[in-house]
Design a protein around this ligand. Structure first.
Ligand code: GDP
Ligand code: K
Ligand code: MG
Length: 303
């Protein structure tokens, strides 16, 4: 921790909510770079991911979390929920993200986890999908009766102005203290983590709903070589782990087309994010029942 400097502010802000409300999209917009993968599917985010934004004297340390799972109690889901609970226990501010105008049982379940004492903003996201703003007023009122939210922030994670406004709102909840990270740091996650997450994002995006959420990506090889042009050259190999032979066929696709698309798009994105030339091999392996095997879940990198 750097020495305290006069006027510095710094604090932790947890981004919490049910799956698919836009938590990771929001964090990436706040950090100004893709730190956390996103897709239309639940369980895209499986880890606590820190995203850092330093603006003038204030350092905002955002913590993106998995969507809280209420459906099945597998070993993987228990681990995801533990991650959420850990992330909300010791923060300065909670952004409780919901879809504007929408509040379901799954949202209520997340809300019930919050302990009193931590300021909590109701962040009503995807406002761009609401066509008549007037419809929102009664909904906001009902939300007010539900929980003592400190503030309401109807917005869209996809609108730049809303993101700027959100910084101003969050700032006043952060204590005066020295920064936790350097001014240019964007995340606490490593490049190795970025690799498996990027492949998993493409996997989630390019397979239909038929591919169950119980697939993951593990890193087999990550090495850097010096190339003649002085650009970094990375040799990377990963394995996509699925639960059944049928899922493996689904990932590989007709004549290997889908696997090729997944690896090409992942490689291109990694080259951009790591500013390097990347050689990427992607394998597919079946490990039946891994998501309900605590030891396996841990060995694949979940807490
Ligand atoms: P998470 O599961 O809560 O982390 O949600 P993601 O960030 O992965 O987003 C889920 C889906 O919602 C993605 O398809 C996003 O593009 C979409 N999304 C996120 N924020 C907004 C928003 O403000 N407006 C609209 N229309 N879509 C959004
Ligand atoms: K998602
Ligand atoms: Mg997410």
């Amino acid at each position: 921790v750097p020495a305290y400097e006069q006027g510095q502010r710094c604090g932790l802000i947890a981004i919490v909510g049910k799956p698919n409300v836009g938590k990771s999209t929001l964090m990436n917009a706040l950090v100004g770079q893709k730190i956390s993968i996103t897709s239309r599917k639940a369980q895209t985010t499986r880890h606590r991911i820190t995203g850092i934004a330093t603006r003038e004297a204030t350092q905002f340390v955002f913590v993106d979390t998995p969507g809280f799972q209420t459906q099945h109690s597998t070993a993987l889901n228990k681990s995801l929920n533990k991650t959420v609970m850990g992330a909300i226990s010791d923060v300065d501010l909670i952004l409780f993200v919901v879809e504007a105008g929408n509040f379901t049982l799954a949202d209520a379940k997340v809300l019930s986890l919050f302990k009193p004492g931590i300021p909590t903003l109701l962040l009503a996201n995807k406002l761009d999908q609401i066509h008549r703003r007037a419809d929102l007023a009664p909904w906001l009122k009902s939300m007010q009766e539900r929980h003592p939210f400190t503030e309401f922030v109807p917005m869209s994670a996809k609108k730049r102005d809303d993101i700027q406004r959100l910084f101003g709102i969050c700032e006043k909840y952060l204590p005066e203290q020295g920064w936790f990270y350097g001014p240019d740091e964007l995340t606490d996650r490593s490049e190795k983590f970025l690799v498996t997450e990027t492949v998993r994002e493409k996997l989630f995006r390019f397979t239909g709903d038929e591919l169950p959420y119980t697939s993951t990506v593990v890193l087999d090889k990550f090495s850097e070589e010096k190339s003649k042009e002085h650009k970094r050259f990375m040799r990377i190999a990963v394995t996509i782990v699925v639960e059944r032979d049928g899922h493996k066929a689904m990932v590989i696709g007709d004549k290997g087309e889908r696997l090729k698309r997944i690896s090409t798009e992942a490689r291109q994105e990694l080259e951009r994010l790591m500013d390097a030339k990347v050689f990427l091999e992607v394998w597919v392996k079946v490990r039946s029942g891994w998501a309900d095997d605590e030891a396996r879940v841990r060995s694949f990198g979940y807490e």
